[in-house]
Design a protein around this ligand. Structure first.
Ligand SMILES: NC(=O)c1ccc[n+]([C@@H]2O[C@H](COP(=O)([O-])OP(=O)(O)OC[C@H]3O[C@@H](n4cnc5c(N)ncnc54)[C@H](O)[C@@H]3O)[C@@H](O)[C@H]2O)c1
Ligand SMILES: N[C@@H](CCO)C(=O)O
Length: 814
């Protein structure tokens, strides 16, 4: 014996019912079949609506009923040959006359009791099952239609009756097992009490009918045919990468179904679980799909977790007070008060201090809960022994589920680690000793991020998604976008990273794309974007609340740098080639470092010094491994090194500077390079990373530019440099006459920093520093005489972009 249950969508119309027939036809032969069907989709609600309208004395119920009659008549006409239609048609019409009579009764008596409600809705299943039975018979699938009210015996708790299993088993076995028929059609959801009054089985009713019949007949399996291909590792509406679950244990299925995965209503599994009967979830619209098997033992799938469930609209009730400590009976009274008012408790936590008990309930029950609990504890509240109940709303529960979690340590560590790194605050936690479910209460706005991050951690071996919000599309930004485009596939394949740009902006425009901005056409998209508004950009990034978010600052702008604090507070990482934040007053630099620590976000700014040369990373490694930085000698300006390498007194100095700007080495404002400010920032950042509390005002800078060049606009700067050509020629000749080269050198020693132009003779390491290269020599305890030296291109859009890229990957890996 096999039991097949088809839900409302599977029998929504004639087309779908034909699919049901094909499935039954294909199954028939090897075993006897019981087909349990729901009402046509939407019919139960419409019947209840008719009752409601009748109660209000609203005559519109009659036209609603006409529509229902027509819908069923139409189905008969589409499914059955004309010769077989008349008797079933007159039966269907007769049933709706009865419904009309019931509605008239409701109207006349102004009464719509639960008993009448059950009677009224029963017509949905009665009519659908009769039509399907007649249709199957007309297709040579001879069958017996059985009235579930003559099979399933319940008490008289209308709308949610309790089954009398002993009496039901007797009837089911007598009617089905001793029949010589091999195909039965049974209406789901409905039953009758001992007096024969129609009752219904409550939520998940038709599944429950199938489970009852399956358990009473000792079926080999029960198949629940629905409109999805089985259970998923998470709600696919929230987690696009949710995966199909092939096999799952009863307990896991109940845990998953309890929260979110509404494929099956947990109590319906109970009778089958007791008998050890496997349950299949199959898709009527894709019958070839494997589906999910639910059975007694848990399958090892190489993963200790089976799925993640979630439930929204939760309120957390906290009862707190010193008066509770060590006194038995408080929790009993709390739960009694809730139970007496039918308030279902979804989650319970109590710390061992016994100072507070916290329970999660459906949000809609929260105000009633507050009322009844405050009343139940009025005596203690009045005497200050406990506080009035605190109620927090707008919460959700997420739960990691799996039978095999029991034998694995470290799962909760991973779970909370992932949530923490993504800025998801945990309001309450519950895990029973079965270790099958670890539940956490979080704010409901975090649910999508929490689910996707957990899913990625536990179920996606394919890739980790990194979501970028990039500000700045100039020289460096433009190159970064090109590099990201080029490397996207490589990263996904080789590093399991899917890097997507979700938000992109420059000083004029901003755009967002939920699934990632198409990198080939970013320019045109951005030009057509909305007007840039920095605070709106940051707000949108926060609202999106995506896991593994990284804010990438490729501007030289003060305002953009000023948002990092608030970005860290959302546990969003920052990658910056903008030097303003790291070179701002020490207190702010320190605050940013502390914040990123506190909120478990990354803060990477390797390109602030030496473009993509590994200078800051190396310095950090030296310090972390216990070395002391005693002295730093460096050439840190790509622009100045380029300029002094190319200037020989023949071509005007201003022209060489212009060339450095054209080739993309200078700051957006080249005066920052020429004044030495850029180098001051860099040596200060290195000193700070080495542990010194340095400010810009502590750094000695001997400028080589005539002050007149620094007045006015950038164009004035170029014009004035031309006028001052003699000054630059003299600087060059003074060095050349000694056989030396000009280098703008930065030094940090004994806690003091200085920058300035120096004559470098050929014996010095810095003499052979060509093009736009930078060089840094670290003199440390471990490198006392021969310094550790890092040398290479220190400016240029391409190399800087590659450094930013590397920082993004580092941020993604935390
Ligand atoms: N060029 C290099 O070799 C190099 C090396 C290391 C670091 N950097 C740093 O890279 C950063 C960018 O340099 P670049 O050469 O690409 O500059 P750029 O002038 O070419 O580009 C700056 C970008 O920032 C955008 N921007 C400016 N203000 C903004 C605002 N308020 N809101 C949104 N966007 C804004 C601009 O629209 C532009 O897209 C600078 O901080 C520079 O110090 C450059
Ligand atoms: N303008 C900078 C870019 C690298 O920080 C330089 O010339 O070194």
């Amino acid at each position: 014996m096999q039991v097949l249950k088809f839900g409302g969508t599977s029998v929504a119309n004639a087309t779908n019912i034909k699919k049901v027939k094909a499935i039954v036809e294909q199954k028939k032969g090897s075993e006897n079949l019981v087909v349990v069907v729901s009402a046509f989709s939407g019919v139960t609600d419409k019947l209840l609506q008719c009752g409601g309208l009748a109660l209000e004395n609203n005559p519109e119920y009659a036209s609603l009923l006409q529509g229902l009659t027509a819908q069923h008549v139409e189905a008969v006409k589409e499914l059955l040959p004309v010769t077989a239609q008349s008797s079933i048609l007159s039966w269907v019409v007769q049933q709706f006359h009865e419904v009309e009579d019931i509605c008239s009764g409701i109207k006349l008596l102004s009464e719509f009791s639960d008993k009448t409600r059950d009677r009224l809705v029963s017509y949905g299943e009665l009519v659908s099952s009769k039509i399907i039975s007649a249709y199957l018979a007309s297709e040579a699938l001879d069958n017996d239609w059985l009235d579930a009210r003559k099979l399933i015996v319940t008490d008289d708790h209308h709308t949610k009756a309790t089954v009398n299993f002993a009496a039901t088993k007797e009837k089911v076995q007598a009617r089905i097992l001793s029949s010589n028929k091999n195909l039965f059609v049974v209406p789901g959801f409905i039953a009758a009490d001992e007096k024969g009054n129609t009752t219904t089985l409550g939520r998940g009713g038709s599944d429950y009918t199938a489970a009852i019949v399956g358990a009473c007949t000792g079926a080999s399996s029960v198949e629940i045919w629905t409109d999805v291909s089985g259970m998923m590792t998470a709600d696919p509406r929230l987690v696009p990468n949710a995966k199909h679950i092939k096999a799952i244990s009863y307990s896991e299925a109940m845990e998953l179904s309890h929260f979110g995965a509404k494929v099956i209503y947990p109590p319906t599994l109970q009778p089958l679980m007791q008998e050890g009967i496997p349950v299949w979830i199959k898709n009527t619209f894709d019958p070839q799909d494997a589906g999910t098997i639910i059975e007694a033992h848990s399958h090892k799938n190489g993963n200790s977790t089976r799925g993640i469930s979630s439930v929204n609209a939760i309120a957390l009730l906290s009862l707190e007070g010193s008066g509770m400590v060590g006194i038995p009976g408080f929790s009993k009274r709390l739960f009694e008060a809730l139970a007496a008012h039918h308030i279902n408790v979804i989650l319970i936590t109590q710390a061992s201090s016994e100072h507070s008990i916290c329970v999660g309930v459906e949000e809609k029950a929260a105000s009633k809960a507050k009322d009844v609990i405050d009343k139940a504890f009025a005596y203690e509240i009045e005497r200050g022994l406990i506080e009035p109940l605190s109620v927090e709303k707008d919460l959700a529960i997420i739960a990691l589920v799996g039978d095999n979690m029991k034998s694995h340590q470290g799962i909760s560590g991973r779970m909370f680690g992932v949530l923490g790194r993504n800025g998801v605050n945990i309001r309450a936690i519950a895990q029973g000793s079965s270790e099958r479910n670890i539940s956490a209460v979080i704010v409901k706005d975090d649910i999508r991020k929490a689910l996707t991050a957990l899913h990625e951690e536990f179920f996606e071996t394919t890739y980790k998604q990194v979501n970028l919000f990039v500000v700045g599309t100039g020289n460096v930004g433009g190159k970064l976008l090109a590099q990201l485009k080029q490397q996207q596939e490589f990263l996904q394949e080789k590093s399991n990273l899917q890097v997507r740009i979700i938000g992109l902006a420059n000083s004029r425009k901003m755009i967002f794309a939920e699934e990632g901005i198409e990198s080939a056409t970013w320019k045109a998209q951005l030009d057509a974007g909305e007007q840039m508004d920095l605070s709106a950009f940051v707000e949108r990034m926060k609202e999106k609340n995506l896991r593994n978010s990284v804010f990438v600052d490729i501007t030289a702008n003060e305002k953009v740098a000023s948002v990092y604090e608030s970005v860290f507070q959302k546990s969003i990482s920052v990658v910056a080639c903008n030097k303003i934040a790291a070179s701002s007053p020490f207190a702010r630099y320190k605050k940013l470092k502390d914040l990123c620590h506190e909120f478990e976000a990354a803060f990477h700014f390797e390109t602030n010094v030496g473009a993509s040369l590994p200078i800051i990373g190396t310095l950090n490694d030296l310090v972390r491994s216990g070395d002391n930085i005693n002295r730093i000698e460096a050439v840190l300006s790509g622009t100045l090194n380029f300029v002094f390498n190319h200037y020989d007194g023949k071509k005007p100095f201003s022209e060489v500077v212009r060339q450095a700007q054209t080739e993309g080495y200078t700051e957006p404002d080249p005066r920052l390079d020429l004044s030495g400010t850029d180098v001051m920032r860099k040596i200060m950042i290195l000193a700070r990373e080495a542990g010194a509390h340095l400010e810009m005002s502590d750094i000695a800078n001997t400028p080589f530019m005539p002050p007149s060049c620094m007045e006015g606009s950038v164009e004035d700067f170029y014009a004035e440099m031309l006028k001052q050509e003699d000054h630059f020629k003299k600087l060059y000749e003074a060095a050349a006459s000694e056989g030396a080269k000009l280098k703008f050198v930065a030094t940090f020693k004994d806690g003091k920093a200085s920058v300035g132009l120096k004559h470098i003779d050929p014996s010095h390491d810095f003499y052979h520093l060509y093009g736009k290269d930078n060089i840094v020599s670290f003199y440390t305890d471990r490198y006392p005489e021969q310094p550790m030296v890092i040398k290479g291109a220190g400016a240029g859009a391409e190399v800087t972009a590659s450094g930013v890229f590397a920082d993004i990957i580092r941020a993604a890996r935390i």
